[in-house]
Design a protein around this ligand. Structure first.
Ligand code: FES
Length: 107
């Protein structure tokens, strides 16, 4: 599938490939977006934080927010929005094809 990614400077990139073996974080880092993923995908660093817009509900239906992710998102204060996700916890799903992914500000 592909997603559209809005970078921190507002640049929008369409058709970013996301392979079924990857988390959303892995797809973003492979495509060289500025996601540090310091914790390696363990829902503990928050450097993979993105906003999923209208696709957040679909993402949550397929890979619900777990306790660890909830704790980390809780610490983000004003950069946490309703559609916030740690992208390392968002699993590939066909229904996310065409999703709009906005990279959250640096912490
Ligand atoms: Fe660290 Fe997602 S990579 S929280």
């Amino acid at each position: 599938i592909t997603v559209n990614v809005i970078d921190r400077d507002g640049t929008r990139t369409e058709g970013v490939e996301w392979n079924s073996s990857e988390s959303l974080m892995e797809a973003l880092t492979r495509n060289k977006f500025p996601i540090l993923a310091t914790c390696g995908g363990n829902a503990s660093c928050s450097t993979c934080h993105c906003y999923l817009g209208a696709s957040a509900a679909t993402a949550t239906a397929n890979s619900p927010i777990g306790d660890e992710e909830e704790d980390v998102l809780d610490m983000l204060d004003d950069t946490r929005h309703e559609d916030s996700r740690l992208t390392c916890q968002v699993e590939w799903s066909e229904e996310l094809n065409g999703a709009e992914v906005t990279i959250a500000p640096e912490w």
